[in-house]
Every structure is written in C-alpha cells, then in structure tokens.
Ligand binder design. Structure first.
Ligand SMILES: Nc1ncnc2c1ncn2[C@@H]1O[C@H](COP(=O)(O)OP(=O)(O)O)[C@@H](O)[C@H]1O
Ligand SMILES: O=c1ccn([C@@H]2O[C@H](COP(=O)(O)OP(=O)(O)O)[C@@H](O)[C@H]2O)c(=O)[nH]1
Length: 209
C-alpha cells in the first residue's frame, strides 16, 4: 500500500462534514482562531481552481458544482494535498507542535475518504454538523442573496441535498462505526453551536492553542 504523503506524527487532520448550509464555514473561522487550525475548504479550493487562468478543469468544475455533483476526486485531493504542503512550507506550526488542518466539506464520498487517508494523511476525527434540511435551505437562500455562488439557488440546493443524503451521509456513518465522529446539533445560534463544537472536540483531546 502507498505511504501517505504526510505522517500523523507531524500533522493532525480533522474532517469537517455537514449538509450544505449547516454552518461549516462559519464555525471554521472560530476553530481557526482558538485552536490554531489551518482551514482548507474543498469547495473554496475548487472554486479558485475553476477561475484559475490556464486550469484544464475550469469548465468541468463549474458544471459539477452547479449540478450539486461531486467533482472527480483526483482533482480535489490534489488541491487539498498541495494546499497542505504549501501551508507547511510557508507557515509551519509553532516548534514542538503538530500542524492542524481542518478539512471543510470533504470527503463527500466513501472512495474519497479511503483515497485521501491512504495517499495524503489519515484523519484524527470527524466533526459533523447535524442540521435539518428546512433550516439549511433557508440559510442558503439567504446566503444566495449576496454570495454570488452559482449553486445557492433553489434548484441547485435541492440537488446538493440529494447528493448529501445519498452519497455523503454514508461517509459520516462509516466514520461513526469507527467511533471517530463528534456530532453537534447545528440549528441553534452560531454561539450555541460553537460551544457544543468546543465541548465535543475537547472531549477528544483537542485543546486551544
Ligand atoms: N448557527 C447559525 N444560525 C444562523 N445562521 C447561520 C448559522 N451558521 C451559519 N449561518 C449562516 O448560514 C449560511 C450558511 O453557513 P455556512 O457557514 O456558509 O455553511 P456551510 O459552509 O456548511 O455551507 C451563512 O450565510 C451563515 O452566515
Ligand atoms: O470535496 C468536494 C467538496 C465540494 N465539491 C463541490 O463543491 C460544491 C460546494 O461545496 P462547499 O463545501 O463549498 O459548500 P456547501 O455545499 O457545503 O455549502 C459541492 O456541492 C460539490 O459540487 C466537490 O465536488 N467535492
């Protein structure tokens, strides 16, 4: 079997999952501030690649995102892996500490989870935001008024929910069987959700930095 690019002796990877609009990006900002995570959003990396001059994947990414489908994993995993390497090279963690990566919105499919853990780095735990669809839908429609995102419209949102239930929840269920999931109810205020997030990860031994 291939050796992962990064060792868990040097790097702590936390996957951050939850439906579209569950609040991953919002809570990530808090976690970066208090726990020294480097935040890597798979969706943000894909959107940046989509508009990068000379990218051979621009059109493909645009189409997949609008349809709420999952971009072929080789593209996403390469973007994440290279972003981790860049971060380690340009802003390494304080001496004697492991680098902490919060990988937001990934893995969204079981084969992506397996491929990432085999070739990039095994995860330490999975943080999951559990939010009802009607709440997520209302948040996304509101976000769509200003986000400029192609996929924050009613038709794309419906497709994203479908992909989440059919394809991404099995990833959460699989990690749950391995007892790696911290699950937090995400339909209350930002502050309330964050206090549950903190309690959940600290119970797993991750402390502020
Ligand atoms: N707990 C919350 N209560 C109300 N609105 C929220 C909450 N968390 C996030 N939001 C808002 O909902 C929208 C989706 O949140 P975001 O963090 O972008 O979700 P995700 O990254 O999971 O798609 C954003 O406009 C955000 O400001
Ligand atoms: O690993 C990933 C992460 C995201 N996406 C695509 O990017 C979109 C937006 O994802 P993001 O995490 O930015 O937003 P969310 O849907 O969670 O609000 C998804 O619907 C997918 O089309 C993908 O293909 N692979």
């Amino acid at each position: 079997m291939a050796t992962p690019r990064f060792s868990t002796n040097d790097v702590t990877v936390v996957f951050f999952l939850g439906g579209p609009g569950s609040g991953k990006g919002t809570q990530s900002a808090n976690l970066v501030k208090d726990y020294g995570f480097v935040h890597l959003s798979a969706g943000d990396l894909l959107r940046a690649e989509q508009v990068r001059e000379g990218s051979q994947y621009g059109e493909l990414i645009r189409e997949y995102i609008r349809e709420g489908k999952i971009v072929p994993m080789e593209v996403t995993v390469a973007l994440l892996s290279n972003a981790m390497a860049d971060s380690l090279a340009t802003s390494p963690p304080p001496a004697g500490n492991k680098a902490r990566f919060l990988i937001d919105g990934f893995p969204r499919k079981l084969d992506q989870a397996v491929f990432f853990e085999e070739t990039v780095c095994p995860s330490e735990l999975v943080l999951f935001l559990d939010c009802p669809e009607d709440v997520m839908e209302a948040r996304l429609l509101k976000r769509g008024e200003t986000s400029g995102r192609d996929d924050d419209n009613a038709a794309s949102i419906r497709k994203r929910f479908h992909t989440f239930v059919e394809t991404s929840m099995p990833v959460v269920d699989d990690f749950q069987k391995k007892d790696k999931v911290v699950s937090v109810k995400a339909d209350s205020s930002v502050e309330e959700v964050y206090s549950q997030v903190k309690a959940g990860i600290e119970a797993r031994g991750l402390h502020p930095r």
